[in-house]
Design a protein around this ligand. Structure first.
Ligand SMILES: Cc1ncc(COP(=O)(O)O)c(C=O)c1O
Length: 436
């Protein structure tokens, strides 16, 4: 089979008003065939889309600034093959836990390209990062202090909370007074002063203000803010930043009609602030670092599921094998994921239904009040933008094994990059003990 990502995961979702019309009938047939061959639920990822996304982002920023580092936020999708593909193109890694450091190392990423950015980490976990020899990005002064007696990382960074942030939902707005992340401006000098007193030698600074933002100007604003803070640190403590990390957060369109972020304009706005503020404040030429997750991976993957049962109460419920156990984002934040009934390409939209899963919770829906064609048990649905924060957020709740993941390589080969779990996997860590 040969299928290119643009056929099965369009960059812009343009569903006509009255039709289930999917990108192309051929693509719909290919997805149905994948579902029949591998079973559902199934995640299908396009390698060429990963590479398109990576090089588009890198190219846009490198046009304006010579020293750019893209660290992929592993939390978005931690499949080892995907990490390896990104590492192979030159991405560094942003790890939020010891296991994610291990994954990066296993994918062949050098420790000088790994950043450990945990939050509320235990001393044991921070020591793990220290011993791994990776840069540590501390979320609080106390996190740095908790390493006292163990040593100081070769490269120290602190996460700034600039007092404002922006995200698609409150749950993914990651800075501001209500956010649990980062160090406010009023305390950030104390953090760097302490690190300097403890003989830290090399420094960077970081922020991550929110996720799924498609407004280029906002990225210019946060860039300017972090450089102003770096300037204060330099003038008061004489600390020079090797890198300035503006975080991730670049958004993707989830709803029909939404436009992709203008990444060229975003890069231009960020680089303009970066260059002018660095020159104005005498900061030299720090590395421009970023740690995108969603932008690189969300639109590389389609989630396929099967309709099990349709219930017609006062409302219509389309029951599928995809629920909040696998696609949590709608239940967690009210997120929207476009979906198509790929067994009925071009059918008229005829019903309004909640698309639900098999989990015993009434929050278990992947779409509410969605216009769909008439569907029957056995129909296959394709959920768009399933590459980021889907498998990684999934659980085995209600005794549901996690799905298989298939990669469509650049030459069109289908590779199983994670096998489907079985009931035995669900029990593999448990032990039946004698009571008494
Ligand atoms: C510290 C940090 N960096 C990077 C990211 C990636 O964000 P995104 O997927 O929006 O690019 C996140 C996501 O929450 C994060 O917490």
């Amino acid at each position: 089979m040969r299928i290119h990502s643009d056929e099965f995961m369009p960059r812009e979702l343009k569903r006509p008003a009255h039709s289930n019309s999917y990108e192309s009938v051929a693509a719909a047939h290919e997805l149905v065939s994948l579902a029949r061959t591998h079973g559902t639920p199934l995640l299908v990822t396009s390698q060429s889309r990963i590479s398109d996304n990576f090089y588009r982002l890198k190219g846009a920023f490198e046009k304006h600034y010579g020293d750019v580092a893209i660290k992929y936020a592993i939390k978005a999708n931690s499949n080892p093959s995907i990490i390896k593909i990104l590492a192979g193109m030159g991405a560094g890694m942003d790890a939020s836990s010891p296991a994610e450091i291990d994954l990066a190392v296993m994918a062949g990423v050098g420790k000088d390209r790994i950043m450990f950015s945990p939050n509320y980490a235990s001393r044991t976990e921070l020591e793990y990062g220290l011993n791994a020899g990776v840069a540590i990005n501390f979320d609080d002064i106390g996190q740095f202090e908790s390493l006292s007696g163990s040593g100081v990382p070769g490269l120290v960074s602190f996460r700034l909370n600039p007092g404002f942030g922006k995200g698609e939902f409150p749950g993914i707005t990651l800075s501001g007074p209500d956010s649990k992340f980062g160090i406010p401006e009023s305390r950030i000098l104390d953090a760097y002063a302490l690190a300097k007193d403890c003989a830290a030698k090399r420094f960077g600074i970081h922020m991550m203000c929110g996720s799924n933002v498609r407004d280029p100007e906002y990225f210019g604003i946060i860039t300017s803010k972090i450089l102003e803070t770096a300037a204060r640190i330099k003038s008061e403590l004489g600390i020079r930043m090797e890198f300035v990390d503006i975080g991730g957060g670049f958004g993707v369109p989830y709803r029909p009609g939404e436009k992709p972020i203008d990444i060229e304009k975003t890069a231009e706005m960020v680089a303009k602030e970066f260059k002018s503020k660095s020159a104005e404040y005498g900061l030299g030429k720090p590395q421009l670092m970023m740690e995108p997750g969603r932008y690189l991976i969300a639109d590389t993957t389609v989630l396929l599921g099967t309709v099990n049962h349709v219930k017609r109460n006062e409302k219509i419920f389309v029951g599928t094998d995809i629920g909040m156990n696998l696609l949590l984002r709608p239940a967690l934040y009210g997120a929207y994921h476009e979906l198509y009934v790929v067994t009925r390409p071009d059918a008229r939209l005829a019903i309004t239904a909640d698309v639900v899963g098999e989990v015993c919770e009434n929050t278990d829906a992947i779409a509410r009040d969605r216009r769909l064609p008439e569907v029957l048990a056995g129909d296959v649905i394709a959920v768009m933008n399933a590459g980021a924060y889907v498998y990684g957020m999934s659980s085995q709740y209600n005794g549901r094994p996690r799905p298989e993941e298939v990669l469509i390589t650049q030459s069109g080969k289908q590779l199983v990059i994670r096998r489907r779990e079985t009931s035995a996997d669900l029990m593999s860590t448990a032990r039946f003990t004698e009571q008494g």
